[in-house]
Ligand binder design. Sequence first.
Ligand SMILES: CC(C)(COP(=O)(O)OP(=O)(O)OC[C@H]1O[C@@H](n2cnc3c(N)ncnc32)[C@H](O)[C@@H]1OP(=O)(O)O)[C@@H](O)C(=O)NCCC(=O)NCCS
Length: 226
Amino acid sequence: MIERDLFPRAARYVYMRTDSAVDLTNFNQLHPEEKGLVSRAVDRRKAEFGDARWCAHEALAELGYGSSEAILRGEGGMPLWPDGVSGSLTHTEGFRAAVVAPVDHLVSVGIDCEPAGPLPEGVVDQIARSQERQQIDTMRSNGIEWADRLIFCAKEATYKCWFPLSRRWLGFDGAEIEVHPDGTFTSYILARPAPVPFFEGRWKERAGFIVTSAFVTAEHAARFIH
Ligand SMILES: CC(C)(COP(=O)(O)OP(=O)(O)OC[C@H]1O[C@@H](n2cnc3c(N)ncnc32)[C@H](O)[C@@H]1OP(=O)(O)O)[C@@H](O)C(=O)NCCC(=O)NCCS
């Protein structure tokens, strides 16, 4: 659990590494209703779905939710957590993770992981605002080749934090990421209305993966949400 500081202390974060073989062990142990959500999917999708939900059940157990209930899918594809819990899931080839927290500590949270390599040609123009492109150039000149992927990953975590709060779409132009070298970032929300003007974020690159979190603490929310 070396990356626990990706989140405030009240959160529980569980991740797993996987190899390229499709392994349905975790999927097979899910609740029938969970399995039913991806019953028509290919095995690779079932495997990532099962692994991330396995991480989520482990994390919920750490929060004290003994035999946690099925984590179903809500509006817009967001995961549905037990009452009083916020959380988020992510999966990419080789890495799956989940984070959960009591809502009275974290009102909303998003997590995303990406391979630590540059985005495919042309994608940066579709996802980055001009200030973000300047940051990418600066980070690249400091040797961070995957700077564009970091911005992308921070934006996806932002979306997963945003959606449960607003129930609205947020395009890549809808928030501007400011990355800080200390492993934090700020996600300024440009869409209006917005529940809070910015989300706090954290990032890490480790063993070939970038993981980002975006969150709204209860303290932060209390300043803006009445
Ligand atoms: C939804 C989205 C963020 C998922 O990210 P991804 O990198 O493709 O996939 P990940 O594996 O990291 O995450 C997938 C998980 O996200 C969660 N998720 C999906 N839709 C969600 C939503 N609306 N709100 C919160 N979480 C959501 C689900 O748990 C999903 O896993 P599951 O289907 O197995 O339950 C992405 O597909 C997307 O639509 N992005 C465009 C919106 C965006 O990023 N805007 C930028 C704002 S600045």
